[in-house]
Design a protein around this ligand. Structure first.
Ligand code: SF4
Length: 96
């Protein structure tokens, strides 16, 4: 079980309401399917969401087949979010 908290070191999804020069959500949830891991916190809106700072973490991850998944959390040091198979994917996803 991981005791570290994974940071979101980069997010290039600029139409997300949480992206203000990086992810300002306190934590994101990663979901998707075995084909790709998507950010379930992504929301395409003109609303301003999040904190007045960039410190996002991976709060939970549903991609249990990912090498870095441990107890529905992520044990990688940091992850990058960006365009993949979907608009906002976890680009660090590494299925076993
Ligand atoms: S690297 Fe793997 S375990 Fe970590 S958030 Fe991305 S898909 Fe989930």
């Amino acid at each position: 079980m991981t005791t570290e908290v994974t940071s979101v070191s980069d997010c290039s999804v600029h139409n997300c309401g949480f992206n203000h020069d990086g992810c300002t959500a306190y934590a994101i949830t990663v979901s998707g399917s075995p084909e790709h891991a998507s950010c379930a916190t992504f929301i395409d809106t003109s609303q301003t969401g999040g904190l007045p700072m960039v410190l996002a973490h991976v709060g939970a991850c549903q991609r249990t087949e990912c090498t870095y998944n441990s107890h529905l959390m992520c044990n990688k040091h940091d992850v990058k979010i960006g365009s993949g198979a979907d608009v906002a994917d976890c680009l660090s996803y590494a299925p076993r």
